[in-house]
Design a binder for this molecule. Structure first.
Ligand code: FES
Length: 73
C-alpha cells in the first residue's frame, strides 16, 4: 500500500493502536497480512486471539498503558 491516504497511528489509552491510511501490515516472515478495513486496530496487550488485530480482550484482562501512579498526574 502506498500513497493517497497518509498513515496515522493513534495509541488508544489502555487499548490497541488504531491504524488509518495506506499502510501495509506484514507478519514476522514478511508476508502481507490481509487488511479488510480502512481503519484497523492492532493489539498491543498481547492477548488477542486474532493477532495482529485487537479482539477487545484487552478490556477483560485489564490492560493498562500507564502505571497507576501516572494516572494521578
Ligand atoms: S489491545 Fe485489544 S486485544 Fe490486545
Amino acid at each position: 500500500m502506498s500513497g493517497e491516504r497518509p498513515a496515522r497511528i493513534t495509541a488508544c489509552p489502555d487499548g490497541p493502536l488504531l491504524v488509518r491510511g495506506d499502510v501495509g501490515i506484514v507478519d514476522a516472515d514478511g508476508n502481507e497480512v490481509p487488511r479488510h478495513r480502512a481503519t484497523v486496530a492492532l493489539c498491543r496487550c498481547g492477548v488477542s486471539t486474532i493477532k495482529p488485530f485487537c479482539d477487545g480482550t484487552h478490556k477483560m484482562v485489564g490492560f493498562r498503558t500507564t502505571e497507576p501512579e501516572d494516572r494521578a498526574r
